[in-house]
Design a protein around this ligand. Structure first.
Ligand code: MOS
Length: 759
């Protein structure tokens, strides 16, 4: 952890105690009188029609309501999925007999108890007329097309530059389908009260969910309230409204009582978004002395038949290296699958795996050290695509510092030259980067007579530490101890407080907290100088707040007075202020749209001004057992430049967590489809491998001091750390596997089977 004074205080989580003691109430823990319980029944086929539904056994067992396409409501259609709209998919399951993916909701069964709902759901008999389906990217890749979601980049004539390059790499890289599987499953508790729809659901986007539900039911947004104080992990899966939420609200309306739906772990794999698999065709050219001359990247990934654009890939990796010619193309293949969605660095994790693997291959062909090659070709202070200056870019420093921490200078260039008994040892590296997004936000603050402070905003903390960051920013500004500060979030009726996605919450919310705190502070200091108190006659410029006391900063004068005493002089004994932040350049119509539930943020490229990205360098050691092929990662080092760090303690946890997930993507995670049926074969936590503690060795994280210059857009100078460090780990592992064995594996996850015959 960086001990730098530039960063904020390493505060422990203010919500930690309530979580470990069970006092924090998650969405599914809401207690309501007369609550009914719902379960989903999902499709076993990947494409076709529901031909008949027999609900008699379920009804006989006590089901109070069985919603299907035959009796459910036709709500207002969704015109577009995210990012054009806000929903995870524009498809409306259960509004017709149509089935578009395996695991699609086809019935919602409601009963008086969870056990009865489970039992009744198991008794619903559904028959289908099956149509042929396509779920395999590899066999359908030639159907790939450019859509509105493609973020193609181009500079120079890459084909000519590649043809003229004396040293070349042509390779195809693949990443697997992954599912988020947050500890807290999806759930919705919905009820209607005086015409208002109230929904308890874990969400990363309160205003998006509110707008979505208002739109679907054709009611105004003030008749929808979404409550989500705690989110038990999201990683993107809880960013976008999914179909089951509105269906639960329909059931609640129909029954006139609160209904709670809990999605099963198996259904978690099919009712929402996921990281789609990807295929990257990469061509790199270089001069003989190791200068990159051409970079071409064709990125293929699934979309769905419902929505043509999914998760793009090529925009971010294009800013890593200086290449006189480059071209990136995003191409989507519509398959008979549920629509993919955002998952922690959705564009960057898979595409950077490809580029950072190819860069390693190129360095190897040139006989160059991979770090030296990267430093030589670093894009430097300007974005190679837009030509704009980076608001800050410490990537070269990250490489140098990381290499030092890791001991990289001891690395022999030749693969398969580090051997320790029965273990082949390899050292590999990979770059991290993630765009900076900053959006509008607002907070309300109330300083009470007892010196306690309440901060309220419709923000969402999905375990990332936003409660703590907000408390820390307020404490820093007002000199109030963190235990006197209470932060309330997660209610759509509070002032708008940013979407919790795209690693943007901290940079978006902190400026609003500061603005509100500045106003509170100004009024407090003004009050301190009034009347007949010890500070009467002082000017506010001579005063500061320290540890909850107003202190004179004039040397020799030790007059202090508690905030409480000052507040007695203020009408009503409390100070209430709001603070609003709008990044410079955000069009005013976008601002009102954001408050009403559309997405709107600045970044990563702010026209005519800045290119904004966070960067990092990762190093890993792998050890591969000569006889069994077991792959271990005893140590990893990550050095990151993400601007000013709000809270080094929670940021460290974010960055370390991202590296662990990167390692997990590199060696463990994959959701496998059986293409004969279009169904996942490992839709459970027993067969979807993730690392356990024994799989994780030493993870060293360092955050560099870094000043960000985009102050009008991003006044806190904080760049976001939520997604950054999951990017680059997979390539570092693949590159280390090559260094250990001489075997180049061009996909992740890498398993024993990939290396066994190379040992
Ligand atoms: Mo994140 S994948 O932007 O919720």
């Amino acid at each position: 952890m960086s001990g730098s004074s530039q960063h904020g205080q390493p505060m422990p989580r203010v919500d930690g105690r309530s979580k470990v003691t069970g006092r924090a109430r998650y969405a599914a823990e809401q207690v309501h009188a007369n609550l009914a319980h719902a379960r989903l029944v999902t499709s076993r086929i990947a494409r076709g029609q529901v031909s008949s539904i027999d609900t008699s056994a379920a009804e006989a067992a006590g089901a109070k309501l069985i919603l299907t396409h035959l009796n459910s409501e036709k709500l207002v259609p969704i015109t577009a999925a995210y990012p054009a709209g806000r929903a995870q998919t524009s498809f409306l399951p259960m509004e017709s007999a149509e089935v578009r993916y395996a695991g699609q909701p086809v019935a919602l069964v409601v009963a008086d108890t969870p056990e009865l709902a489970d039992h009744a759901a198991s008794l619903v008999e559904i028959d289908y007329i099956e149509a042929s389906h396509e779920t395999e990217l590899a066999t359908q890749i030639e159907r790939a097309r450019k859509t509105k979601g493609s973020k193609d980049v181009v500079k120079g004539d890459v084909d000519a530059a590649f043809a003229a390059s004396p040293v070349k790499i042509v390779a195809t890289y693949r990443t697997a389908t992954e599912h988020h599987n947050a500890m807290e499953r999806f759930s919705t508790t919905a009820f209607w009260e005086n015409g208002q729809l109230i929904v308890h659901e874990a969400t990363q986007w309160l205003s998006g969910m509110r707008a979505h539900l208002a739109e679907r039911f054709g009611i105004s947004q003030d008749r929808v309230r979404v409550i989500s104080p705690f989110v038990g992990g999201g990683f993107g899966s809880k960013a976008l409204p999914m179909p089951h939420t509105a269906l639960t609200a329909v059931a609640a309306k129909r029954l006139g009582r609160p209904v709670k739906l809990i999605v099963s772990r198996e259904q978690m794999f099919t009712v929402g978004g996921y990281r789609p698999e990807s295929v990257s065709r990469v061509r790199l050219g270089a001069s003989k002395d190791g200068r990159l001359t051409a970079y071409s990247h064709d990125y293929f990934t699934p979309a769905s038949r419902s929505d043509p654009a999914a998760m793009p890939g090529v925009e971010s990796p294009a800013v890593l290296y200086a290449s006189p010619a480059l071209r990136g193309r995003d191409r989507f293949v519509d398959l008979d699958v549920n629509h993919p969605g955002p998952m922690r660095a959705p564009a960057e994790m898979p595409s950077v795996f490809a580029l950072e693997s190819a860069i390693d291959e190129l360095a190897h062909s040139l006989g160059m050290d991979p770090v030296a090659f990267r430093l030589k070709n670093d894009a430097g202070p300007h974005d190679p695509v837009s030509g704009l200056p980076f608001s800050s870019r410490s990537l070269a420093r990250c490489w140098t510092r990381g290499a030092e921490l890791f001991g990289w200078s001891e690395r022999p260039l030749a693969p398969r030259s580090l051997i320790d008994g029965d273990w082949l040892v390899g050292w590999g590296c990979g770059a991290s980067l993630y765009p900076v997004y900053v959006g509008p936000s607002s907070v309300r603050m109330r300083l009470s007579g007892d010196g306690s402070l309440l901060v309220q905003l419709a923000g969402q903390d999905l375990g990332t530490g936003l409660y703590t960051v907000v408390a820390g920013a307020a404490a820093e500004m007002l000199g109030i101890a963190a235990d006197r500060i209470r932060v309330e979030m997660g209610d759509s009726e509070l002032p708008f407080g940013s979407m919790a996605a795209g690693s943007r919450s901290t940079a978006s919310v902190v400026p609003a907290v500061r603005r509100a705190a500045e106003r509170v502070r100004g009024r407090l200091l003004a009050a301190a100088t009034q009347g007949s108190g010890p500070l009467a006659g002082e000017t506010t410029g001579n005063l500061a707040i320290r540890d909850g006391n107003v202190v004179s900063t004039v040397p020799g004068d030790a007059a202090t007075e508690a905030i409480a005493a000052i507040l007695e002089r203020i009408p009503r004994g409390a100070i209430e202020e709001t603070g609003e932040f709008v990044p410079a350049g955000l069009p005013s119509d976008r601002l009102s749209g954001v408050y009403k539930g559309s997405e709107g943020a600045m970044g990563p490229v702010v026209e005519k001004a800045w290119a904004m990205y966070s960067f990092g360098a990762q190093f890993v050691e792998v050890r591969i057992h000569r006889l069994t092929g077991i792959i271990r990662v005893p140590r990893a080092v990550g050095v990151f430049g993400a601007g000013r760090i709000a809270n080094p303690r929670t940021a460290h946890s974010q960055l370390m967590g991202g590296m662990i997930w990167g390692l997990s993507s590199g060696l463990f995670e994959a959701t496998r489809l059986d293409h004969r049926y279009g169904r996942y074969v490992n839709a459970n936590l027993a067969e979807y491998p993730i690392p356990v503690c024994a799989d994780i060795g030493s993870i060293q994280v360092e955050m560099l001091d870094e000043t960000d210059h985009a102050r009008d857009v991003n006044p806190s100078g904080m760049k976001g750390v939520g997604e950054l460090s999951v990017v680059g780990t997979g390539a570092a592992i693949a590159n280390a596997v090559f260094h250990a064995t001489g075997r180049r594996v061009r996909h992740i996850p890498i398993t024993i089977e990939d290396v066994l015959d190379a040992l």
